[in-house]
Design a protein around this ligand. Structure first.
Ligand code: SF4
Ligand code: SF4
Length: 352
């Protein structure tokens, strides 16, 4: 693997060159938060972001899209939402999120829509710095060794650029004068210092090794009911999670012989309709049962199949859930700690 050096001032010049190849999408400001969006103005790219509201899974599988048009004669697949893109500024945890989706949508159940978008998207990763919600060190997704075409580590004065694929190498060849192969000892020391400082900067840690057993041992613990009572069943935790992948399909038909459409939309196991079957029976009517399903998948079931949690430590559920139900508070409750979260306070109010 080749590692090159790029001067800070040359980043936008490099992006200008590769912009001719495909649309660039990157983190940009939206109010006081960040979103991945198509770049029209390079000065709007945010290099110092933590998490975006929605992870880049929205580029591979949009929240809603038409799978195919159909009529009496047959159907025609619709790939019109897929186009060539360069995704710049994606952090290691979100690259791990895509690698998790790859397991399902490429290896287990090949999904032509996901695979089509994945093939047409180049991944240009960017290093980041943890805030109080990040815990990717605990999920070991703070380091990335695969899944990118180029990866930029921001060392203040310059970037170290890892080339992760032949397509990444081709991008570099479009602007060879901007990159330097000669790294000095000083450059390497700057990288080692940055790496050590980042390791120490994490404020949230979770012991994922014990989680599968605790999920089993605490399956009937009272806190599940308390969390379920507080849960708003809004589904936001799934929408923002880079590894959540459930979806629903529904047909849209029209009068006058127009072709129908099969629409695919993101779904969440925390929503009441998720476990509803024909006849109106619902196997998980109670919100606590739906939360247990979500956390069983994240902390236990995925570990037994793949040897790691289906959580990449991005902190989005922590930043998003309006009542404080998230991997951190559930992990603390599983460990038997007194949790200082809105859902816990609510249950204390009710029992007063
Ligand atoms: S469970 Fe929460 S912290 Fe883990 S990947 Fe999903 S949103 Fe991020
Ligand atoms: S856990 Fe939080 S984010 Fe998820 S559905 Fe319940 S209230 Fe919404």
């Amino acid at each position: 693997m080749r590692i090159l050096k790029l001067k800070k001032a040359d980043l936008y010049r490099f992006l200008e060159v590769i912009y001719k190849e495909a649309d660039i999408w990157a983190p940009q400001k939206k109010g006081d938060k960040f979103v991945f969006d198509r770049v029209d103005d390079f000065s709007k790219i945010e290099l110092q972001t933590t998490r975006t509201i929605i992870p880049p899974k929205k580029i591979m599988v949009p929240p809603m899209f038409n799978m195919f048009d159909f009529n009496e004669a047959g159907y025609k697949e619709d790939f019109s939402h897929i186009s060539k893109k360069i995704l710049f500024g994606i952090h290691p945890c979100d690259i791990h999120g895509l690698l998790t989706l790859d397991k399902l949508f490429i290896q287990e159940y090949p999904d032509p829509y996901y695979m089509g978008a994945r093939e047409k998207t180049l991944i240009l990763g960017l290093s980041c710095w943890p805030d109080e919600h990040c815990f990717c060190k605990s999920t070991r997704t703070n380091i990335i060794e695969e899944g990118y075409d180029l990866f930029f580590t921001d060392l203040d004065e310059f970037f170290l650029v890892w080339i992760g694929s032949s397509q990444g190498d081709d991008l570099v060849k479009l602007a060879p004068d901007k990159f330097d192969e000669n790294l000095s000892d000083k450059d390497i020391q700057a990288y080692i210092r940055w790496q050590n400082d980042k390791e120490k900067a994490f404020k949230t840690e979770i012991d994922f090794v014990t989680m599968p057993d605790l999920m089993e041992l605490k399956y009937k613990a009272p806190f599940w009911q308390e969390a379920g009572d507080a849960c708003l069943a809004c589904g936001s935790c799934s929408m923002v999670c880079p590894t959540c992948n459930c979806y629903n399909v529904a047909d849209k038909t029209f009068l006058g012989g127009k072709p129908g459409k099969r629409i695919r939309t993101w779904d969440s196991c925390t929503l009441p309709e998720y476990s509803e079957v024909a006849g109106g029976e619902n196997f998980r009517e109670d919100k606590s049962d739906r939360l247990k399903l979500w956390y069983t998948h994240k902390l236990q079931a995925y570990v037994s199949k793949y040897g790691k949690p289906s959580c990449v430590g991005c902190g989005r559920c922590i930043a998003t859930c309006p009542v404080g139900i998230n991997v951190k508070t559930i992990a603390r409750a599983l460990e038997g700690e007194e949790v200082d979260a809105f859902w816990k306070k609510m249950s204390r109010e009710v029992t007063k």
